[in-house]
Design a protein around this ligand. Structure first.
Ligand code: HEM
Length: 417
């Protein structure tokens, strides 16, 4: 760091002159001026792994088109009628496989849940099928490459991730060809399945390469982040018996109400009643910071409140710094879900500084789905189990700079009634 100006400072990161912002106002300004003053600018290595048609690297009209496809796929109608029941089915599948008293990795189980959910909804892959398992394993290698130094030498994590990318694309391409083949000549080749693959084949004019990158990167964006968020919730709740208890009561009440009405699966009305759960989710994302910062660059000379950002410079809005800023949050290092229940003017300001899903024209396309995943998974988890972090295998989230539980967050579970 060569110069410091409080929350906004100049540095040299990723080999380029960079403005690092821990300032809530500047972060908002950067995100809201996407395409006008700033542009998304991830390191080239990310583009190499996710592909040149990935939404994370695209800008302008093509980004907008891909974004619309993703938003349509996760529309609120689909979320209520298709995705919520799917989220419940996949949550139960994972949770009901757990054995009383055994130690296992909560992070890995959370990944299994979010991966299976996305693989099913993106291309109708069922959990446990050999293709699904192969893909899931490839994504583990893939992720290690995304978070590593971009050294493309045999044996490095980056090199392995590039190989994984090829294997993942092979699986997706095979699925695509099967789907096209099944539909035969006349049709555009979408098949009947209500998944993203069918949807893009039927309703868009994307090329094969574009569809491959879209599916690969949605599968990536849609499972790594929400599984990390779930693991963080498990971690924070283990350390906060009061929050655990209040959360359990909320879900017990929902279950009791449903029993009375003779209803089985969760529906949107039940989800809307999970109010304290939403506080727990917000607090988990504020304190846990799944995505700590995003990559941007200035595309014009920019003046902001006395600072000058030269065109071409990298800009890193660091959400984590704002989320942990003691000027904005009392006792920012404490897990305190109740802070989200307050509705005063101060809290409204804090809410507008809360950006776990980014903001502006690139706001996370899956934020609503992520919340449903966390709420529904927690519902079944709390009704079935209490859990502990075994003292012999302590683990906590670590950012280097991407967040991870180095040991995968080992936990033991005990059945509750
Ligand atoms: C708690 C979980 C999640 C967090 C914290 C999160 C966070 C983020 C953030 C910060 C961005 C903005 C990146 C940028 O501006 O450069 C983003 C983008 C995105 N996220 Fe999420 N995400 C989550 C879950 C999901 C899920 C479940 C999906 C589902 C597919 C998803 C799909 C996407 C997509 C497609 C984008 C790119 C949007 C665009 O460029 O227009 N995310 N996410």
């Amino acid at each position: 760091m060569d110069e410091r100006y409080g929350k906004i400072y100049r540095s040299n990161l990723f080999g380029e002159p960079t403005i690092v912002s821990a300032d809530a106002g500047l972060n908002r300004f950067i995100l809201q001026n996407e395409g006008r003053l700033f542009e998304c600018s991830y390191p080239k290595s990310i583009g190499g792994i996710l592909g040149k048609w990935s939404m994370l690297v695209l800008v302008g009209e093509m980004h907008h088109n891909m974004r619309m496809i993703s938003l349509n796929f996760m529309s609120s109608l689909r979320l209520r009628s298709v995705l919520l029941p799917e989220v419940e089915r996949h949550s139960l599948m994972v949770i009901s496989s757990w054995k009383e008293g055994a130690v296992f990795s909560a992070q890995e189980e959370a990944k299994k849940f979010t991966f299976n959910l996305m693989a099913k909804n993106i291309m109708s892959l069922e959990p446990g099928e050999p293709e699904t398992e192969r893909l899931r394993k490839e994504y583990i290698t893939f992720m290690k490459g995304v978070i590593s130094a971009p050294l493309n030498l045999p044996g490095t994590p980056y090199w392995k991730a590039l190989k994984s990318r090829c294997s993942i694309l092979e699986v997706i391409e095979k699925k695509m060809e099967e789907r096209r083949g099944r539909m035969g000549g006349g049709d555009q080749g979408g098949g009947e399945e209500d998944d993203l693959l069918g949807w893009t084949l039927r309703r868009t004019s994307l090329s094969k390469e574009q569809i491959l990158d879209l599916l690969l990167s949605l599968l990536f964006a849609g499972h790594e982040t929400s599984s990390m968020a779930l693991a963080l919730a498990v971690f924070f709740l283990a350390g906060s018996p009061k929050a655990f208890q209040e959360l359990r009561e909320e879900h017990h009440m929902i279950r009791a109400r449903k029993k009375k009405k003779g209803e089985l699966g969760l529906n949107w009305e039940d989800y809307r009643q999970m109010e304290f759960t939403q506080c727990v989710i917000n607090e988990t994302l504020r304190l846990g910071n799944v995505v700590r910062f995003v990559h941007r660059k200035a595309i014009r000379d920019v003046r902001y409140g006395g600072y000058e950002i030269p065109s071409g410079w990298k800009v890193l809005p660091v959400f984590a710094a704002v989320h942990l800023d003691p000027e904005l949050h009392t006792e920012p290092q404490q897990f305190n879900p109740w802070r989200w229940q307050k509705r005063g003017a101060g809290e409204a300001a804090a809410t507008s500084n809360f950006m776990p899903y980014g903001g502006g024209p690139r706001l996370c396309a899956g934020s609503e789905l992520a919340k449903v995943e966390m709420a529904v998974f927690l519902h079944h988890l709390l009704l079935k189990f209490r859990w502990e972090l075994p003292p012999a295998q302590p683990d906590s989230p670590f950012a280097f700079p991407y967040l991870d539980f180095p040991k995968g967050l080992p936990i033991t579970v005990h059945a509750v009634t």
